[in-house]
Design a protein around this ligand. Sequence first.
Ligand code: 5AD
Ligand code: SF4
Length: 479
Amino acid sequence: MESIEKTIDESKQGEVLVLESNPNKNSKKLYLESYGCAMNFSDSEVVASILEKNGYSTTRNIDESDLILLNTCSIRDKAEQTVRKRLTTFKKMKKAKPGLMVGVLGCMAERLKNALLEEEKLVDLVVGPDAYRDLPNLLHKTEGGQKSVNVLLSREETYADISPVRLDQTGVTAFISITRGCDNMCSFCVVPFTRGRERSRNPLTIVAEARDLFDRGYREVTLLGQNVDSYRWNMSSKGEVKDPNIPTTNFAQLMEMVGQVNPKLRVRFSTSHPKDMGDDVLEVIAKYENICDYIHLPVQSGNSEVLKKMNRGYTREWYLNRIEAIKRILPEATISTDIITGFCGETEEQHQDTLSLMEEVKFSAAYMYKYSERPKTLAERKYEDNVPEEVKQRRLTEVIEVQHKHQLEYFKGEIGKTYEVLVERVSKKSEDEFMGRNSQSSSCIFPKGNYKIGDYVNVKIIDCTKATLIAEIVEEVRS
Ligand code: 5AD
Ligand code: SF4
């Protein structure tokens, strides 16, 4: 999927998150690692919930586990290689501990089921992103000594009724999936093949989940989807009403519904798509203080011809028009993006267009990648992956350098400003400091004072590093 919030995002692609809920002494132990995007992380919480009802509790200690599950990512080749290496390690563990089961979940499941189960004999269980309800049944089979697999994709599954076990330890921020799958068919992207057709989740279950999280002390929710702007409930893709007795809901309306849950519940969303993001969404963000002034709007390339080959559905001019709309309607908002360098046939001039677009927009953050050809995609079938590796790398380095320059300029411009931040966790560098983000999603580090995790704090930016804003407490606003 498209890149996600900074807290757990595509920049961590391939980075592992070991997940743990409340351990229960009497249950079997599940060790769950999640790779890739926030959608995978969110799915892992659904998996933990399904398995908790079937006698498993999660553990961070792999040595005590009875079942190891890897929620995998296929977006770039590197992500797949990381998982394969990990599976080889687990294979050795299985030898030492008979009865230990290993399963692969998520995006690699469909693509690699035969290789993983048979050729390489690395796993006992392969389960695709729409088949998690079948996990208890599949595990039962595996316990009986059979290898089991279900990689069927669904047109309906949204896990709407499953209340995810929250695996994030802070208890302040949470993800809520609002759509699954993707119908966009960007030519470089494997997601439509691994996660299937796009479908939206019942808005009432989304609002109920947000309300429940707030009641349990959470103060921020991020609405997740591959393309949140195409969220629609009770409407066909052509906009026709399906059931006249039920109200229709689009993304702007859904955000308004979630925004109204409580003014102290922050709302974020990811990922927006430039071709679908309308002014109505921006106007809702402007109307609600608790809907955050931060938009992740992947551009991928600054050249219209490349964008056409990427099948992105917009031109450079269209993208810049959307940026203009954001700056007009939400003057305080920050904008981040995703960029791919060295896509099939990309010329030096076309690469320069990406750099010049970056100069025009000045993104506050960016997730930048070299093109990695993925099997089955339109690009793999239609275009030659003909930009040499060293050119891809050099262009990526240039893009990263420009981004770092802009980021530093942006940070320096923030010095002296005051923001309300939500305290998310203790700083990684110092026990005496907190990390909190402002509405614009910039991380601020500041002394703890008398505050606690989950509080809203007013801070003044006094300095910056390359990656964060340094702040001091001004006064308490609300808690
Ligand atoms: N190669 C490189 N980057 C890719 N992305 C998606 N597919 C590929 C690929 N084949 C990037 C896009 C997308 C982000 C999540 O990952 O920039 O927005
Ligand atoms: Fe995002 Fe395009 Fe991939 Fe869909 S096909 S997940 S919109 S990059």
